[in-house]
Structure formats: structure tokens, C-alpha cells
Design a protein around this ligand. Structure first.
Ligand code: AMP
Ligand code: MG
Length: 408
């Protein structure tokens, strides 16, 4: 296969250049740990204690000294009861302590015997199994040690990381401010659901689908969205929309009108008001893509075809918005997977095929890979990232980008 046409930018180059334009938003805000899911940490979090704070039992049972149980079974007096949350007195030699999961291990005890291996009669416990030193004890600091960095600046918080932050006592967290994004769709053919019933749609009209998924994708990435609706296919209207959104936002994101047709006004409008830095990327779907600036505001123009718009958002806009928020790891992760399909006529552009995992652990291809068929993105649970011009045969190893990876 021949090289992609000159003038089309390879995706990795375009992405590197795009990320170069994204400087981290300087503002840091303090939010409740409860509300920090998906936000980006602006400082390292260093623990002021061990987690767990002291050795504790991971079983309901009896705390013992192994030296007392060299011969099992053996019978010991039960000298204290330690539920979770209680303080424990030291364990005297030749005795046992009733203990419950999460309760501190008394000083002197070196093992827990689970209650299933014990029998209690009249304040005496018979231990039937010989314990091994350390068994069923969770050590102080086995999760986090005092002074350890538990979460680093630039990490995007997940439900698990909120729990970890809470476990070291953080009620609030320092995070980057949310990016402010203005969103509009271009296209005189576009109609909003709810405005016109399906039966009343005029010839040539289509519903605006991009607006819905782009807004939802932006919200998932932690952005504040100003939804400017639909802008008509006219240069003056496009310029007015861009001018109105500039300066009050970090990014203006548009869909449609980025090709070079007479009805495509994005390119001249951005050039008239600012600068345009990127144009046309060697990927399929998604060739038309534009980055520029309008005054102090970043501008990104996505293609109008819904799948192209969706895929370019995931591959380019997502890392850009993560970088703005200070995320250090913005690369889209792919994993090796096995193709359970044939793709004999690969495009000379790098392709992102909509596929779905099957029960056999392979990937199946959606039958229609057209950039207008949004069903493929709903049916699919990810993308195969296929290098330019490489045919795929059933059984080949391919790179798979799960949507779950890029939809958060
Ligand atoms: P464009 O990039 O403006 O040339 O549009 C390419 C194709 O995508 C055309 O078929 C448009 O009708 C369609 N399209 C553009 N914007 C949208 C949108 N917001 N929702 C659904 N389809 C769109
Ligand atoms: Mg258009």
C-alpha cells in the first residue's frame, strides 16, 4: 500500500503538536473528597499515618501466642474480648483473646486462629489447629506507610482513589479547575429532536446527533459546557459564534463545516479571527480536523460525520482536555487482542474500526464501517487501531482500544 497523501498529518504527530498547545490550567480549587470523582489532583497526597494504623485481625477468632500452642489441640483461658474499634490490652502468656475482624491485635499475640478451629467451654477455648506465626494478621502500614505518596499530582481521581484519599484522612482535595468549553454544531440541515417530529422532517433535514454525544463526552471529562446549539452555514454567523465564545472559554469545540466545500465556513472564520494550526489527519474515520486559536481561546473543529466526530473526540480532544487539567498520562491505551474477522482491504490511512468482544475473547467487526453509521459506535465496545495499509486476517493480533478506557 502506498503512503497516505502528502499533506495529511499522521495522528501521532498531530496529537503531539496538539498537546504542545495545551498548557495546564493554573487554577487549583479545593473540593470535598465526596465530590472529586473524575477531577484531577493538583498536588501529591502524602500520608500522615500508616494504613491500617495498627496490626489487626482479618478473621473472627482468637488471638494467641504460637509458643503456647506447640502442641495442638490445647486449651487456654480467654482473658479479653476485642471487637473492632476497641483498644486491646497486652496478651499474657498462656492466654487467648476473643477477637473480631478489624480489631487491633493485642501486644504479645502473634497469630489469629479462626473461630471455626476453636471451641469455647466455660471461658476456656480449645484451639484445635496449630497456628503459624502471623496468620490472619493484617500488618500496620500494609496498605499505606506513613510518609508515602498515595496519589500523585496529575492523577485523575476514580472511585477507588477517593476511598484511598479518605483512608489517609483527606476530607477535601486540591484539584484543577474544570475546563470551560463552548460547543456548537454547524449545518443548515440540522434539526433538534423535539423541535420537529420525525414524520414532519423536511427533505434533507437530519437530527443533530453530534450535539448530544459531544456534550455528554465533555461532561464526562469534567468540563463545564456552554452549549451554543446550531450555527447556520454562513461565514458571518460562524464568525459571530466564534467571537462570542472566545475569551470566556478555554476551548471552542465545533462539529461539521471543517472540510473544504463551499458550505464549510469553519476554516475561513477561524483564520479571519485567529490562527489555524492543523488540518486533516491521516485517519479513517476522521480526516477533517482543525486546531486553532480564536483570541485567547483554543479552537478545535471536528468533522460533521457522527462517527468521525466521535472517534476524533476520543483520540484527540480527550487527551487535549486531560492535559489542560494537568493529567500526566494522557496517552490512549490499547491492548493486544485477536481479530475474529477479516479486513482484506485496509485503507492507506490508519483506521479505527468499530468492533465488539465476543465470548471467545476475540473481536468481531461491525458490518458497516461508514463514518455516518453511529450504530457502529453503540454496537461496538471499542476500536481496533489498524496501521495504514495493513490487511487483517481472522486470528491476527491487533491493537484494541476499549471504549471503557476512553469514555471516562
Ligand atoms: P460536514 O462535515 O459539515 O460536511 O458534514 C458531514 C456529514 O455529517 C453531513 O452528512 C452532515 O449532514 C453530517 N452532520 C454534520 N453535523 C452533524 C450533526 N451535528 N449531527 C448529525 N450529522 C451531522
Ligand atoms: Mg456541514
Amino acid at each position: 500500500m502506498s503512503e497516505a497523501r502528502p499533506g495529511l498529518r499522521p495522528l501521532d504527530d498531530a496529537l503531539a503538536e496538539l498537546l504542545g498547545f495545551a498548557s495546564v490550567l493554573p487554577e487549583v480549587e479545593t473540593v470535598a473528597t465526596f465530590d472529586a470523582d473524575g477531577r484531577v489532583l493538583a498536588q501529591d497526597l502524602v500520608s500522615g499515618l500508616h494504613v491500617p494504623p495498627q496490626d489487626n485481625s482479618s478473621m473472627d477468632g482468637y488471638a494467641v501466642r504460637c509458643a503456647d500452642l506447640a502442641q495442638a489441640p490445647a486449651t487456654l483461658p480467654v482473658t479479653q474480648r476485642i471487637p473492632a474499634g476497641a483498644a486491646a490490652a497486652p496478651l499474657a502468656a498462656g492466654s487467648a483473646a476473643r477477637i473480631f475482624t478489624g480489631a487491633p491485635v493485642p501486644a504479645g499475640a502473634d497469630a489469629i486462629v479462626m473461630q471455626e478451629d476453636c471451641e469455647l467451654h466455660d471461658g476456656l477455648v480449645q484451639i484445635k489447629a496449630q497456628p503459624v506465626a502471623g496468620q490472619w494478621i493484617r500488618r500496620a502500614g500494609e496498605d499505606v506507610t506513613l510518609g508515602a505518596t498515595v496519589l500523585a499530582s496529575g492523577e485523575r481521581l476514580t472511585p477507588a482513589s477517593l476511598g484511598l484519599a479518605a483512608s489517609i484522612g483527606m476530607a477535601t482535595l486540591p484539584v484543577r479547575r474544570r475546563p470551560r468549553v463552548a460547543l456548537f454544531s454547524t449545518g443548515d440541515e440540522l434539526v433538534m429532536p423535539g423541535d420537529v417530529a420525525p414524520a414532519d422532517m423536511k427533505p434533507g433535514a437530519i437530527y443533530n446527533s453530534n450535539r448530544f454525544f459531544l456534550r455528554a463526552l465533555l461532561l464526562r471529562l469534567g468540563c463545564e459546557v456552554t452549549d451554543l446549539g446550531i450555527v447556520p452555514d454562513r461565514l458571518d454567523a460562524t464568525m459571530e459564534a466564534l467571537r462570542g465564545a472566545a475569551n470566556r472559554h478555554d476551548l471552542i469545540l465545533t462539529s461539521g463545516g471543517v472540510s473544504v466545500g463551499e458550505e464549510d465556513h469553519i476554516k475561513p472564520a477561524v483564520q479571519a479571527l485567529g490562527t489555524l494550526a492543523l488540518w486533516q489527519i491521516a485517519i479513517k474515520p476522521g480526516k477533517p480536523f482543525a486546531y486553532g486559536r480564536v483570541h485567547d481561546t483554543h479552537f478545535i473543529g471536528l468533522p460533521g460525520n457522527p462517527v468521525s466526530s466521535y472517534v476524533t473526540f476520543l483520540l484527540l480532544v480527550r487527551p487535549f482536555l486531560l492535559k489542560l487539567q494537568g493529567v500526566t498520562e494522557v496517552a490512549t491505551k490499547s491492548i493486544a487482542a485477536q481479530a475474529h474477522f477479516d479486513w482484506p482491504r485496509a485503507d492507506r490511512r490508519r483506521e479505527f474500526l468499530r468492533v465488539r468482544r465476543n465470548a471467545a475473547g476475540g473481536l468481531e467487526l461491525f458490518t458497516n464501517q461508514s463514518s455516518g453509521v453511529l450504530t457502529s459506535a453503540v454496537w461496538g465496545d471499542g476500536l481496533v487501531d489498524n496501521p495504514p495499509g495493513r490487511p487483517i486476517a481472522h486470528g491476527d493480533s491487533v491493537r484494541f482500544i476499549p471504549f471503557a478506557e476512553v469514555l471516562r
